[in-house]
Design a protein around this ligand. Sequence first.
Ligand code: HAM
Length: 424
Amino acid sequence: MEKIKSVRGMNDLLPARSDVWYRVERTIREVVNSYGYREIRTPLLERTELFKRSIGEQTDIVEKEMYTFDDISGDSLTLRPEATAACVRAGIEHGFLHNQQQRLWYLGPMFRRERPQKGRYRQFQQFGIEALGWSGPDIDAEIMMVGTRLWRRLGLSQLTLEINTLGDPESRGSYREALRAYLGRHREDLDPDSQRRLDRNPLRILDSKVPQTQQILEEAPGLLSFIDGKSKDDFSLLQVILSENGIKFKVNSKLVRGLDYYTGPVFEWTTDLLGTQSAVCAGGRYDGLVSQLGGQPMPAAGFACGVERLVEVYETSADPVGNEQPDVWVCVIGDHAMGYALKNAEKLRDAGIDTIINCGGGAVKRQLRRADQSGAQLVVVIGADESMNGYATVKSLREDGGQTQVNESDLANYVCTRLRKEQK
Ligand code: HAM
């Protein structure tokens, strides 16, 4: 029979790597909680209109990357390509934005029909934070501090922060026209992608990696000279705050984002470790989005981080982390010992000891080999004699020394002491 394969660009997370993911996700949770961000979970499917209105009809995401279909009732639905719009939609729908401020975070799968390559997938995980209701450079800086703390906690030092400001909608509009006029004079020499963008979204040409287009861009008008006074002042203050907090950054006046909702400061953390897919985390301010989606006008800012990319950087970083290892492996000899062994494994877990029990029997030698491979510190052997007489045999898998017979009632205590763990 022909085998069925997964959909191109959509990956399985196999058990061998799930521990690393778990560690990264746990660290994300700890870091965002320490800043007072609270989790929100929104559906994977949203009305297509939500993304058209927020991300923008003329962006790559909406034009060519969304998984969109009509459901049986004729509604056009889309698998979410990002979660910022959904957070705002949920906030308006449930009334938790009105006259309030919210720090939100999320983690989950997003879908974009891009050309798959290393670091770029059609289903990928994003972790993101959204701060709704604050307008100052203080919250912009806080958002960047959340990222910085997370990289530090994960031991990552290879991420570079680039920042820019897009100014208010008017200054961005004037700049768009100036750029269009300049690039229009070089239309014939631009790459085909940039030619296509010229009429619809010229700012995106600034992102082009094509050498000839980059050369043309060198003489292009700079965004910063079009920025309004207030945005400039806020951007200067943001830089002062980041410096005061020891956060290194580069101002990149060519940094624009691929989604239309941004206003004011934008930023990206990039790395050299992932080839062309260098952006690990990106975001910025989007003060117009809440009202664009039908809410009362409200300032907002946030970021999203590609977890596959983050994990990849984490795995290639200086301090790679091994698998999660159990503390104890329980070997079970004979069917009659099963119930007693399972009961004692539960008691060890009750005491906070990570325990794997050997299910399915097998020769003692094989069980001990598995115990060794698991990385456990101790093996607890339970056979007929142990189960009949209410004790267990404990032996270290890592240090020399004999085995000890321990009474059932003392087992958790004894194992905790051996593991130098506090009994929970
Ligand atoms: P974005 O730049 O489109 O922004 O995506 C953020 C991050 O998601 C990227 O930097 C990258 O790490 C990851 N990512 C995007 N596409 C893919 C893909 N095809 N495969 C793997 N990883 C990918 C947003 O999505 C905004 N919602 C960010 C934001 C939140 N702005 C304000 N709040």
